[in-house]
Write a protein that binds this ligand. Sequence first.
Ligand code: ATP
Ligand code: MG
Length: 445
Amino acid sequence: MTEQKKKLEKLSGVKGMNDLLPEEAGLWEFFEATVKSMLRAYGYQNIRTPIVEPTQLFTRGIGEVTDIVEKEMYSFTDALNGEQLTLRPENTAAVVRAVIEHNLLYDGPKRLWYIGPMFRHERPQRGRYRQFHQVGVEALGFAGPDTDAEIILMCQRLWDDLGLSGIRLEINSLGLAEERAAHRVELIAYLEKHQDALDEDARRRLYTNPLRVLDTKNPALQAIVQDAPKLIDFLGDDSRAHFDGLQRILKSNNIPFKINPRLVRGLDYYNLTVFEWVTDKLGAQGTVAAGGRYDPLIEQLGGKPTAACGWAMGIERILELLKEEKLVPENEGCDVYVVHQGEAAREQAFIIAERLRDTGLDVILHCSQDGQTASFKSQMKRADASGAAFAVILGEDEISAGTAGVKVLRERQGEGKSEQRTVPVEDLTEFLINAMVATADEGDD
Ligand code: ATP
Ligand code: MG
Protein backbone atom coordinates (compact mmCIF):
# COMPACT_ATOMS: atom_id res chain seq x y z
CA MET A 1 0.00 0.00 0.00
CA THR A 2 1.40 3.44 -0.86
CA GLU A 3 1.72 6.19 1.74
CA GLN A 4 -0.99 8.07 -0.15
CA LYS A 5 -3.48 5.20 0.19
CA LYS A 6 -2.77 4.65 3.88
CA LYS A 7 -3.71 8.24 4.66
CA LEU A 8 -7.10 7.75 3.01
CA GLU A 9 -8.07 4.76 5.14
CA LYS A 10 -11.12 5.38 7.26
CA LEU A 11 -10.61 5.58 10.99
CA SER A 12 -13.00 3.89 13.41
CA GLY A 13 -13.79 4.60 17.04
CA VAL A 14 -12.61 2.42 19.92
CA LYS A 15 -14.44 -0.91 20.21
CA GLY A 16 -17.25 -0.77 22.75
CA MET A 17 -17.24 3.05 22.82
CA ASN A 18 -20.22 4.35 20.89
CA ASP A 19 -21.01 7.50 18.99
CA LEU A 20 -24.37 8.91 19.97
CA LEU A 21 -25.75 10.10 16.66
CA PRO A 22 -28.23 12.95 16.07
CA GLU A 23 -31.09 10.54 15.37
CA GLU A 24 -30.81 9.31 18.98
CA ALA A 25 -30.25 12.75 20.48
CA GLY A 26 -33.98 13.27 21.09
CA LEU A 27 -34.14 10.10 23.16
CA TRP A 28 -31.12 11.09 25.27
CA GLU A 29 -32.51 14.58 25.81
CA PHE A 30 -35.91 13.17 26.77
CA PHE A 31 -34.28 10.89 29.33
CA GLU A 32 -32.00 13.61 30.70
CA ALA A 33 -34.82 16.14 31.04
CA THR A 34 -37.06 13.57 32.77
CA VAL A 35 -34.38 12.41 35.19
CA LYS A 36 -33.36 16.00 36.03
CA SER A 37 -36.92 16.97 36.81
CA MET A 38 -37.26 13.90 39.07
CA LEU A 39 -34.00 14.80 40.86
CA ARG A 40 -35.21 18.37 41.40
CA ALA A 41 -38.43 16.99 42.86
CA TYR A 42 -36.37 15.39 45.67
CA GLY A 43 -34.05 18.36 46.27
CA TYR A 44 -30.88 16.76 44.89
CA GLN A 45 -27.92 18.96 43.86
CA ASN A 46 -25.66 18.33 40.89
CA ILE A 47 -21.96 17.58 41.28
CA ARG A 48 -19.47 17.21 38.40
CA THR A 49 -16.12 15.53 38.94
CA PRO A 50 -13.31 14.81 36.44
CA ILE A 51 -13.37 11.75 34.20
CA VAL A 52 -9.78 10.90 35.19
CA GLU A 53 -8.84 10.18 38.81
CA PRO A 54 -5.76 8.78 40.59
CA THR A 55 -5.87 4.97 40.22
CA GLN A 56 -5.54 4.64 43.98
CA LEU A 57 -8.95 6.21 44.50
CA PHE A 58 -10.62 3.23 42.86
CA THR A 59 -8.39 0.49 44.29
CA ARG A 60 -9.11 1.88 47.77
CA GLY A 61 -12.67 2.98 47.13
CA ILE A 62 -13.99 -0.02 45.21
CA GLY A 63 -11.89 -2.84 46.65
CA GLU A 64 -9.01 -4.84 45.20
CA VAL A 65 -10.98 -8.06 44.77
CA THR A 66 -13.74 -6.83 42.46
CA ASP A 67 -14.40 -7.29 38.75
CA ILE A 68 -13.82 -3.61 38.22
CA VAL A 69 -10.43 -3.32 39.90
CA GLU A 70 -9.20 -6.76 38.89
CA LYS A 71 -9.90 -6.57 35.20
CA GLU A 72 -12.02 -3.68 33.98
CA MET A 73 -10.15 -0.45 34.62
CA TYR A 74 -8.57 1.72 31.95
CA SER A 75 -5.44 2.68 33.86
CA PHE A 76 -2.36 4.36 32.48
CA THR A 77 0.74 6.22 33.48
CA ASP A 78 0.72 9.93 32.69
CA ALA A 79 3.61 10.16 30.22
CA LEU A 80 4.48 13.66 31.42
CA ASN A 81 4.80 13.14 35.16
CA GLY A 82 4.50 9.42 35.81
CA GLU A 83 1.22 9.65 37.80
CA GLN A 84 -0.95 6.51 37.85
CA LEU A 85 -4.36 7.51 36.48
CA THR A 86 -7.65 5.75 35.66
CA LEU A 87 -10.69 6.61 33.56
CA ARG A 88 -13.50 6.48 36.11
CA PRO A 89 -15.30 3.10 36.06
CA GLU A 90 -18.01 4.46 38.38
CA ASN A 91 -18.57 7.72 40.20
CA THR A 92 -19.30 7.07 43.86
CA ALA A 93 -15.64 7.03 44.89
CA ALA A 94 -14.98 10.27 43.00
CA VAL A 95 -18.00 12.06 44.51
CA VAL A 96 -16.90 11.00 47.99
CA ARG A 97 -13.35 12.16 47.24
CA ALA A 98 -14.65 15.57 46.16
CA VAL A 99 -16.95 15.84 49.16
CA ILE A 100 -14.06 15.15 51.55
CA GLU A 101 -11.63 17.38 49.65
CA HIS A 102 -14.00 20.36 49.69
CA ASN A 103 -15.46 19.64 53.12
CA LEU A 104 -18.97 19.71 51.65
CA LEU A 105 -20.56 18.13 54.71
CA TYR A 106 -19.45 20.91 57.09
CA ASP A 107 -23.00 22.25 57.36
CA GLY A 108 -24.89 18.98 57.40
CA PRO A 109 -25.89 16.14 55.11
CA LYS A 110 -26.08 16.47 51.34
CA ARG A 111 -28.16 14.98 48.54
CA LEU A 112 -26.05 14.87 45.37
CA TRP A 113 -26.48 13.59 41.82
CA TYR A 114 -24.20 13.17 38.82
CA ILE A 115 -24.45 12.10 35.20
CA GLY A 116 -21.79 11.18 32.66
CA PRO A 117 -19.64 8.59 30.93
CA MET A 118 -17.95 5.69 32.77
CA PHE A 119 -15.30 3.35 31.39
CA ARG A 120 -14.89 -0.39 31.92
CA HIS A 121 -12.92 -2.83 29.81
CA GLU A 122 -15.60 -5.47 29.37
CA ARG A 123 -16.65 -7.65 26.45
CA PRO A 124 -18.96 -5.39 24.45
CA GLN A 125 -22.47 -6.75 23.90
CA ARG A 126 -26.03 -5.47 24.04
CA GLY A 127 -26.32 -3.34 27.20
CA ARG A 128 -22.62 -3.70 28.03
CA TYR A 129 -20.16 -1.22 26.61
CA ARG A 130 -16.66 0.04 27.37
CA GLN A 131 -17.81 3.63 27.52
CA PHE A 132 -21.31 3.83 28.96
CA HIS A 133 -23.30 6.41 30.84
CA GLN A 134 -24.64 6.50 34.34
CA VAL A 135 -26.82 8.85 36.28
CA GLY A 136 -26.50 8.38 40.01
CA VAL A 137 -27.35 9.82 43.41
CA GLU A 138 -25.42 9.88 46.68
CA ALA A 139 -27.20 10.78 49.91
CA LEU A 140 -24.44 11.59 52.40
CA GLY A 141 -24.94 11.93 56.14
CA PHE A 142 -28.29 10.15 56.48
CA ALA A 143 -28.20 6.93 58.52
CA GLY A 144 -31.83 5.81 58.62
CA PRO A 145 -33.79 3.43 56.39
CA ASP A 146 -36.01 6.39 55.38
CA THR A 147 -33.24 7.58 53.06
CA ASP A 148 -32.78 4.09 51.60
CA ALA A 149 -36.52 4.16 50.92
CA GLU A 150 -36.38 7.66 49.46
CA ILE A 151 -33.71 6.82 46.90
CA ILE A 152 -35.71 3.73 45.90
CA LEU A 153 -38.91 5.79 45.52
CA MET A 154 -36.97 8.16 43.28
CA CYS A 155 -36.31 5.30 40.87
CA GLN A 156 -39.97 4.29 40.88
CA ARG A 157 -40.99 7.88 40.13
CA LEU A 158 -38.54 7.96 37.24
CA TRP A 159 -39.93 4.73 35.74
CA ASP A 160 -43.42 6.25 36.02
CA ASP A 161 -42.33 9.56 34.47
CA LEU A 162 -40.65 7.71 31.59
CA GLY A 163 -43.70 5.50 31.10
CA LEU A 164 -41.77 2.31 31.88
CA SER A 165 -43.46 -0.57 33.64
CA GLY A 166 -42.33 -4.03 34.65
CA ILE A 167 -39.03 -3.07 36.28
CA ARG A 168 -38.81 -5.21 39.40
CA LEU A 169 -37.20 -4.23 42.69
CA GLU A 170 -35.00 -6.72 44.54
CA ILE A 171 -33.57 -5.90 47.95
CA ASN A 172 -31.27 -7.51 50.48
CA SER A 173 -29.30 -6.59 53.57
CA LEU A 174 -25.57 -7.17 53.86
CA GLY A 175 -25.64 -6.38 57.57
CA LEU A 176 -22.60 -5.00 59.37
CA ALA A 177 -18.93 -5.99 59.13
CA GLU A 178 -19.01 -8.35 62.15
CA GLU A 179 -22.15 -10.07 60.86
CA ARG A 180 -20.52 -10.58 57.50
CA ALA A 181 -17.44 -11.98 59.30
CA ALA A 182 -19.53 -14.64 61.07
CA HIS A 183 -21.26 -15.51 57.81
CA ARG A 184 -17.93 -15.62 56.01
CA VAL A 185 -16.58 -18.40 58.23
CA GLU A 186 -19.53 -20.63 57.39
CA LEU A 187 -19.55 -19.61 53.74
CA ILE A 188 -15.89 -20.52 53.30
CA ALA A 189 -16.43 -23.88 55.01
CA TYR A 190 -19.36 -24.55 52.67
CA LEU A 191 -17.49 -23.49 49.52
CA GLU A 192 -14.45 -25.55 50.53
CA LYS A 193 -16.68 -28.60 50.47
CA HIS A 194 -17.48 -27.80 46.84
CA GLN A 195 -14.01 -26.63 45.88
CA ASP A 196 -13.64 -29.03 42.96
CA ALA A 197 -16.73 -27.66 41.26
CA LEU A 198 -15.75 -23.99 41.57
CA ASP A 199 -14.45 -22.01 38.61
CA GLU A 200 -11.21 -20.09 38.58
CA ASP A 201 -12.73 -16.76 39.72
CA ALA A 202 -14.57 -18.41 42.57
CA ARG A 203 -11.52 -20.36 43.74
CA ARG A 204 -9.43 -17.20 43.72
CA ARG A 205 -12.07 -15.33 45.73
CA LEU A 206 -12.75 -18.16 48.13
CA TYR A 207 -10.46 -16.66 50.80
CA THR A 208 -10.16 -13.06 49.64
CA ASN A 209 -13.82 -12.17 49.08
CA PRO A 210 -16.08 -15.23 49.31
CA LEU A 211 -19.25 -13.12 49.39
CA ARG A 212 -18.52 -12.19 45.80
CA VAL A 213 -18.71 -15.85 44.80
CA LEU A 214 -22.45 -15.54 45.48
CA ASP A 215 -22.98 -13.07 42.63
CA THR A 216 -21.15 -15.18 40.06
CA LYS A 217 -22.74 -15.19 36.62
CA ASN A 218 -21.42 -18.68 35.81
CA PRO A 219 -24.50 -20.92 35.22
CA ALA A 220 -22.54 -23.99 36.34
CA LEU A 221 -22.21 -22.54 39.85
CA GLN A 222 -25.82 -21.53 40.38
CA ALA A 223 -26.85 -24.71 42.21
CA ILE A 224 -23.92 -24.46 44.64
CA VAL A 225 -24.59 -20.79 45.26
CA GLN A 226 -28.29 -21.42 45.78
CA ASP A 227 -27.69 -23.62 48.81
CA ALA A 228 -24.90 -21.55 50.36
CA PRO A 229 -25.39 -20.10 53.89
CA LYS A 230 -27.38 -16.88 53.61
CA LEU A 231 -26.04 -13.64 55.01
CA ILE A 232 -29.54 -12.55 55.91
CA ASP A 233 -29.65 -15.34 58.55
CA PHE A 234 -26.66 -13.72 60.29
CA LEU A 235 -28.11 -10.23 60.77
CA GLY A 236 -28.11 -8.77 64.31
CA ASP A 237 -31.02 -6.85 65.84
CA ASP A 238 -30.00 -3.39 64.56
CA SER A 239 -29.42 -4.59 61.00
CA ARG A 240 -32.71 -6.42 61.05
CA ALA A 241 -34.54 -3.34 62.36
CA HIS A 242 -33.00 -1.22 59.58
CA PHE A 243 -34.08 -3.75 56.96
CA ASP A 244 -37.59 -4.02 58.45
CA GLY A 245 -37.84 -0.22 58.54
CA LEU A 246 -37.06 -0.01 54.84
CA GLN A 247 -39.60 -2.69 54.00
CA ARG A 248 -42.30 -0.92 56.00
CA ILE A 249 -41.84 2.34 54.07
CA LEU A 250 -41.78 0.54 50.73
CA LYS A 251 -45.01 -1.26 51.61
CA SER A 252 -46.79 1.89 52.77
CA ASN A 253 -45.83 3.53 49.46
CA ASN A 254 -47.05 0.54 47.43
CA ILE A 255 -43.65 -0.33 46.00
CA PRO A 256 -43.58 -4.09 45.38
CA PHE A 257 -40.23 -5.78 46.10
CA LYS A 258 -38.66 -9.17 46.44
CA ILE A 259 -36.00 -10.10 48.98
CA ASN A 260 -33.14 -11.73 47.11
CA PRO A 261 -30.72 -13.23 49.65
CA ARG A 262 -28.09 -13.70 46.93
CA LEU A 263 -27.98 -10.05 46.01
CA VAL A 264 -24.54 -8.93 47.18
CA ARG A 265 -23.54 -6.23 44.65
CA GLY A 266 -20.22 -6.11 42.87
CA LEU A 267 -18.61 -3.42 44.98
CA ASP A 268 -16.96 -4.05 48.35
CA TYR A 269 -18.03 -0.97 50.24
CA TYR A 270 -21.72 -1.76 50.63
CA ASN A 271 -23.34 -2.58 53.99
CA LEU A 272 -26.92 -2.98 55.20
CA THR A 273 -29.35 -2.23 52.34
CA VAL A 274 -28.53 -3.28 48.78
CA PHE A 275 -30.98 -3.23 45.90
CA GLU A 276 -31.30 -3.68 42.16
CA TRP A 277 -33.97 -2.77 39.63
CA VAL A 278 -34.25 -5.57 37.08
CA THR A 279 -36.14 -6.12 33.84
CA ASP A 280 -36.66 -9.33 31.86
CA LYS A 281 -36.80 -7.44 28.58
CA LEU A 282 -33.07 -6.88 28.00
CA GLY A 283 -31.72 -10.43 28.06
CA ALA A 284 -28.65 -11.02 30.20
CA GLN A 285 -28.06 -7.32 30.88
CA GLY A 286 -31.28 -6.87 32.84
CA THR A 287 -30.11 -4.74 35.77
CA VAL A 288 -30.96 -1.13 34.97
CA ALA A 289 -30.06 0.38 38.33
CA ALA A 290 -28.24 -0.77 41.41
CA GLY A 291 -27.43 0.76 44.74
CA GLY A 292 -27.46 0.59 48.48
CA ARG A 293 -25.83 1.78 51.62
CA TYR A 294 -22.04 2.24 51.88
CA ASP A 295 -21.51 3.68 55.35
CA PRO A 296 -17.83 2.57 55.62
CA LEU A 297 -16.64 4.28 52.44
CA ILE A 298 -16.20 7.88 53.53
CA GLU A 299 -13.95 6.93 56.43
CA GLN A 300 -12.10 4.48 54.19
CA LEU A 301 -11.27 7.38 51.87
CA GLY A 302 -10.01 9.58 54.68
CA GLY A 303 -13.16 11.42 55.77
CA LYS A 304 -15.02 11.43 59.09
CA PRO A 305 -17.30 8.43 59.60
CA THR A 306 -20.48 9.37 57.69
CA ALA A 307 -23.56 7.38 56.76
CA ALA A 308 -24.13 7.16 52.99
CA CYS A 309 -26.30 5.52 50.39
CA GLY A 310 -26.96 5.90 46.68
CA TRP A 311 -27.64 4.26 43.35
CA ALA A 312 -26.29 4.28 39.81
CA MET A 313 -28.36 3.72 36.71
CA GLY A 314 -27.16 2.44 33.32
CA ILE A 315 -28.58 4.96 30.87
CA GLU A 316 -27.99 2.86 27.72
CA ARG A 317 -29.98 0.01 29.24
CA ILE A 318 -32.90 2.31 30.08
CA LEU A 319 -32.89 3.83 26.59
CA GLU A 320 -32.84 0.31 25.15
CA LEU A 321 -35.90 -0.43 27.25
CA LEU A 322 -37.65 2.75 26.06
CA LYS A 323 -37.03 1.63 22.47
CA GLU A 324 -38.23 -1.88 23.27
CA GLU A 325 -41.45 -0.43 24.74
CA LYS A 326 -41.90 2.01 21.83
CA LEU A 327 -41.70 5.00 24.17
CA VAL A 328 -39.28 6.96 21.99
CA PRO A 329 -40.42 10.59 21.62
CA GLU A 330 -40.65 11.95 18.09
CA ASN A 331 -37.66 13.98 16.92
CA GLU A 332 -38.90 17.54 16.48
CA GLY A 333 -37.43 19.74 13.79
CA CYS A 334 -36.83 23.48 14.00
CA ASP A 335 -39.68 26.00 14.00
CA VAL A 336 -38.68 27.85 10.86
CA TYR A 337 -36.50 27.27 7.78
CA VAL A 338 -35.66 30.45 5.85
CA VAL A 339 -35.13 30.15 2.09
CA HIS A 340 -33.97 33.08 -0.01
CA GLN A 341 -32.81 34.00 -3.48
CA GLY A 342 -30.81 36.98 -4.69
CA GLU A 343 -28.21 39.19 -3.02
CA ALA A 344 -30.67 41.58 -1.34
CA ALA A 345 -32.84 38.73 -0.08
CA ARG A 346 -29.80 36.95 1.41
CA GLU A 347 -28.91 40.03 3.43
CA GLN A 348 -32.50 40.46 4.63
CA ALA A 349 -32.79 36.73 5.38
CA PHE A 350 -29.91 36.97 7.81
CA ILE A 351 -31.49 39.91 9.62
CA ILE A 352 -34.95 38.32 9.68
CA ALA A 353 -33.59 35.00 10.96
CA GLU A 354 -31.82 36.77 13.84
CA ARG A 355 -34.99 38.72 14.66
CA LEU A 356 -37.03 35.51 14.77
CA ARG A 357 -34.42 33.91 17.06
CA ASP A 358 -34.64 36.98 19.33
CA THR A 359 -38.27 36.06 19.97
CA GLY A 360 -37.33 32.49 20.92
CA LEU A 361 -38.09 30.72 17.64
CA ASP A 362 -35.63 28.06 16.42
CA VAL A 363 -34.52 28.96 12.92
CA ILE A 364 -32.42 27.31 10.22
CA LEU A 365 -31.18 29.77 7.60
CA HIS A 366 -30.53 28.16 4.25
CA CYS A 367 -26.82 28.27 3.47
CA SER A 368 -25.29 27.38 0.15
CA GLN A 369 -23.40 24.10 -0.09
CA ASP A 370 -21.12 25.13 -2.94
CA GLY A 371 -21.10 28.91 -2.86
CA GLN A 372 -23.81 29.09 -5.57
CA THR A 373 -27.41 30.04 -4.84
CA ALA A 374 -29.62 26.97 -5.04
CA SER A 375 -32.99 27.12 -6.79
CA PHE A 376 -36.09 27.74 -4.64
CA LYS A 377 -37.16 24.21 -5.45
CA SER A 378 -34.03 22.61 -4.03
CA GLN A 379 -34.04 24.95 -1.03
CA MET A 380 -37.64 23.96 -0.31
CA LYS A 381 -36.63 20.29 -0.47
CA ARG A 382 -34.05 20.97 2.24
CA ALA A 383 -36.64 22.86 4.26
CA ASP A 384 -39.02 19.89 4.05
CA ALA A 385 -36.31 17.40 4.98
CA SER A 386 -35.26 19.51 7.98
CA GLY A 387 -38.54 18.80 9.73
CA ALA A 388 -39.16 22.52 10.29
CA ALA A 389 -42.75 23.58 10.97
CA PHE A 390 -42.70 26.60 8.62
CA ALA A 391 -40.76 27.84 5.63
CA VAL A 392 -40.20 31.59 5.34
CA ILE A 393 -39.60 32.51 1.70
CA LEU A 394 -37.72 35.62 0.62
CA GLY A 395 -37.27 36.39 -3.11
CA GLU A 396 -36.67 39.58 -4.98
CA ASP A 397 -40.44 40.29 -5.25
CA GLU A 398 -40.94 39.85 -1.51
CA ILE A 399 -37.98 42.07 -0.68
CA SER A 400 -39.18 44.92 -2.90
CA ALA A 401 -42.72 44.62 -1.46
CA GLY A 402 -41.49 44.37 2.16
CA THR A 403 -43.18 40.99 2.61
CA ALA A 404 -42.25 37.35 3.19
CA GLY A 405 -43.89 34.15 1.98
CA VAL A 406 -44.89 31.68 4.72
CA LYS A 407 -45.67 28.02 4.13
CA VAL A 408 -46.71 25.35 6.62
CA LEU A 409 -44.40 22.37 6.18
CA ARG A 410 -45.49 19.90 8.87
CA GLU A 411 -48.83 18.58 7.77
CA ARG A 412 -51.62 19.05 10.25
CA GLN A 413 -54.16 16.37 10.95
CA GLY A 414 -56.92 16.25 8.35
CA GLU A 415 -55.28 19.01 6.32
CA GLY A 416 -52.77 18.97 3.53
CA LYS A 417 -49.88 21.38 3.40
CA SER A 418 -51.09 24.96 3.25
CA GLU A 419 -50.91 27.33 0.34
CA GLN A 420 -48.21 29.95 0.57
CA ARG A 421 -49.30 33.06 2.49
CA THR A 422 -47.88 36.55 2.08
CA VAL A 423 -47.13 38.39 5.31
CA PRO A 424 -45.67 41.90 5.80
CA VAL A 425 -42.15 41.52 7.22
CA GLU A 426 -42.99 43.59 10.32
CA ASP A 427 -45.85 41.18 11.16
CA LEU A 428 -43.83 38.04 10.51
CA THR A 429 -42.82 37.23 14.10
CA GLU A 430 -46.33 37.66 15.43
CA PHE A 431 -47.81 35.67 12.56
CA LEU A 432 -45.41 32.76 13.13
CA ILE A 433 -45.85 32.71 16.87
CA ASN A 434 -49.65 32.67 16.53
CA ALA A 435 -49.40 29.93 13.92
CA MET A 436 -47.10 27.90 16.19
CA VAL A 437 -49.57 28.18 19.05
CA ALA A 438 -52.43 27.11 16.75
CA THR A 439 -50.43 24.09 15.59
CA ALA A 440 -49.53 23.15 19.16
CA ASP A 441 -53.19 23.38 20.25
CA GLU A 442 -54.19 21.06 17.47
CA GLY A 443 -51.50 18.62 18.56
CA ASP A 444 -53.03 18.56 22.05
CA ASP A 445 -56.45 17.40 20.81
P1 ATP B 1 -23.23 -5.95 35.84
O1 ATP B 1 -23.49 -7.00 36.85
O2 ATP B 1 -24.29 -5.86 34.77
O3 ATP B 1 -21.83 -5.98 35.30
P2 ATP B 1 -22.39 -4.03 37.77
O4 ATP B 1 -22.69 -4.65 39.07
O5 ATP B 1 -21.00 -4.08 37.27
O6 ATP B 1 -23.37 -4.59 36.65
P3 ATP B 1 -22.75 -1.33 38.75
O7 ATP B 1 -21.32 -1.12 38.95
O8 ATP B 1 -23.62 -1.51 39.92
O9 ATP B 1 -22.96 -2.55 37.73
O10 ATP B 1 -23.34 -0.16 37.84
C1 ATP B 1 -24.69 0.29 37.93
C2 ATP B 1 -25.42 0.13 36.62
O11 ATP B 1 -24.65 0.64 35.53
C3 ATP B 1 -25.69 -1.31 36.20
O12 ATP B 1 -26.81 -1.81 36.85
C4 ATP B 1 -25.91 -1.17 34.72
O13 ATP B 1 -27.23 -0.70 34.46
C5 ATP B 1 -24.93 -0.10 34.34
N1 ATP B 1 -23.69 -0.69 33.79
C6 ATP B 1 -22.67 -1.27 34.48
N2 ATP B 1 -21.70 -1.66 33.63
C7 ATP B 1 -22.12 -1.34 32.37
C8 ATP B 1 -21.56 -1.47 31.06
N3 ATP B 1 -20.37 -2.01 30.86
N4 ATP B 1 -22.29 -1.03 30.01
C9 ATP B 1 -23.51 -0.46 30.18
N5 ATP B 1 -24.08 -0.30 31.39
C10 ATP B 1 -23.40 -0.73 32.47
MG1 MG C 1 -19.95 -5.30 35.94
